[in-house]
Design a protein around this ligand. Structure first.
Ligand code: NAD
Length: 489
């Protein structure tokens, strides 16, 4: 069986740990490899390599640094199908979703190629007679990225290209559930001939993360994962003096007004709720119908749920793959039961799913809970599976009030034909990513991924100008050169 290695100081290194986890294909239950849970000493080796590399990497001119990214873009395009396939194998999502994910990853490389422009500071001559003042941006040093299981290819790219392009060095700790994708990506990074230590890969889980959070040389941590862990990372990293951006979980509401185009709305909401088996941080989790929208939408979405083609994500015709593992399946089925116990009707029941030929896979079919208790636990808990809860209210104000009463603020969407309702919603909704007749309001790489409330801890988000600011510190220089000193020339 394949045993994964770490990538440190420009070469692959086996971990010395005795602790390994199996990497499992969630569709077939086949074991794909073993991932080491690297101890603190191995994090330290990566940090030492990254710290040494930083000394000269920050001196490489920005236009030269981005040449590596242009080459990386080319390699990612060349290996696009192979990496996408690996994502589906270890994560379960459909091959189409994996390709979409890698497209977004590449987009971030493209944006980071603009660093010579994006990293510029400001200067003002003559802030007083003969005195000039400038603000310049300098890299931080060694930075770390800790990522979740649901986008093994894309999420490290919300950060890594910007960190490298701005002159930092990087350590990536992928999710231990899906480490094979970053192994492929580091195979390509290895071909770039970057100076050793600029990018490093350390596999592991909690112990590895804690070593990152406590290491005095690491200056910044970028995290994406569940809210309890995001809170923990933010608090511990900050207590250790680090700059931290921590993106957390979500419970995304979608409001449907009676004037929405119901066919289009249903198609889009079904993709949002059931695409990626509901394991997107931007998955629709609650649909709030207003007034007369209830009957038509309920009928249409139930139909879409029943008819979604579930199976092995590698087959092109499949529309939804498994959830990540059996533990997740059990958790989701338990939450569906909980919803029923709280008074909801299970309109479409995806529990106890068996897919012919994939009997050992971790499948939950699309599920719809009707008349969910708005004050209950299910209306507030991130299920992270293909389960859509339906809630009904009489007015837009009631719907927005419900949206804003939630703990999370990752995404909120509205389906309508009314510009006035759309503007009111955009203005009042307390979420960082807003969709108007859009089901997955995922910001492109040239906008920040703007979670709010308990979906984000920090100030600067991933992607775009926020990432450039996060990975640089500003320095202000005030200069005076008296005239008499220049007389000698
Ligand atoms: P997770 O929080 O379990 O794990 C994320 C990372 O943290 C992994 O690398 C893991 O090894 C590490 N980790 C886990 N427990 C830890 C602990 N106790 N101490 C230190 N490190 C720990 O998340 P997940 O299950 O891999 O991913 C799903 C979650 O991520 C969902 O909640 C989803 O909403 C969220 N997510 C958020 C965004 C966003 O942009 N806001 C994007 C994708 C996923």
């Amino acid at each position: 069986m394949k045993t994964l290695q770490n990538y440190v100081n420009g070469s692959w290194r086996p971990s010395g740990t005795a602790d390994y986890l199996d990497v499992i294909n969630p569709a077939t239950a086949e074991t794909l490899g073993r991932v080491p849970l690297s101890p603190a000493a191995e994090v330290n080796e990566a940090v030492q390599a990254a710290a040494e590399a930083f000394v000269s990497w920050r001196r490489v001119p920005a236009p030269d640094r981005i040449q590596y990214l242009f080459k990386l873009k080319e390699l990612l395009e060349e290996h696009f199908e192979d990496i996408s396939r690996t994502i589906t194998l270890e994560c379960g999502k459909t091959i189409g979703e994996s390709r979409g994910e890698m497209r977004r990853a590449i987009e971030n490389v493209e944006v980071a190629c603009g660093i010579p422009l994006l990293m510029q500071g400001d200067i003002l001559e003559d802030i007083a007679r003969g005195i000039d003042e400038m603000m310049i941006r300098q890299p931080l040093g060694v930075t770390a990225i800790i990522s979740p299981f649901n986008f093994p290819g894309m999420i490290p790219f919300w950060f890594m290209p910007y960190a490298v392009a701005t002159g930092n060095t990087v350590i990536i700790k992928p999710s231990e559930k899906v480490p094979l994708t970053m192994e492929k990506v580091f195979g390509l990074l290895d071909e770039l001939d970057l100076p050793p230590g600029v990018v490093n890969l350390v596999n592991g889980a909690k112990e590895t993360v804690d070593a990152i959070l406590d290491h005095p040389v690491i200056k910044a941590v970028s995290f994406v994962g569940s809210t309890p862990v995001a809170q923990y990372i933010y608090a511990r990293g900050a207590a250790n003096g680090k700059r931290v951006q921590a993106q957390g979980g979500a419970k995304n509401p979608i409001i449907i007004l009676p004037d929405a185009d119901m066919e289009m709305t249903t198609r889009i909401v079904a993709d949002s709720a059931f695409g990626c088996a509901g394991q997107r941080c931007l998955a629709a989790s609650i649909a709030i119908t207003v007034g007369e929208a209830q009957n038509t939408f309920t009928e249409f979405i139930a139909d879409a749920a029943v008819n979604r083609v579930v199976g092995n994500g590698l087959e092109e015709a499949v529309q939804m793959g498994p959830v990540i593992n059996q533990a997740s399946r059990q958790r989701i089925e338990h939450l569906i039961q909980k919803g029923e116990d709280e008074g909801a009707t299970v309109l479409v029941d995806g529990r106890n799913a068996t897919i012919p030929g994939l009997e050992s896979g971790s499948f939950v079919r699309p599920t719809i809970l009707q008349n969910v208790n708005p004050a209950g636990e299910i209306a507030r808990t991130e299920i992270f599976g293909p389960v859509l809860s339906l809630i009904h209210v009489q007015t837009v104000d009631d719907a927005i009030h419900f949206v804003n009463s939630g703990q999370y603020g990752n995404m909120a969407c509205l389906f309508t034909n009314s510009g006035a309702a759309a503007r009111k919603f955009r203005y009042e909704a307390e979420a960082g990513n807003i969709g108007i007749n859009i089901g997955v309001a995922a910001p492109m790489a040239f906008f920040p991924f703007s979670g709010w409330k308990d979906s984000f801890f920090g100030t600067l988000h991933g992607q775009s100008k926020h990432a450039v600011e996060f990975y640089t510190q500003t320095k202000v220089v005030i200069e005076r050169w008296p005239k008499e000193w220049s007389r000698q020339f």
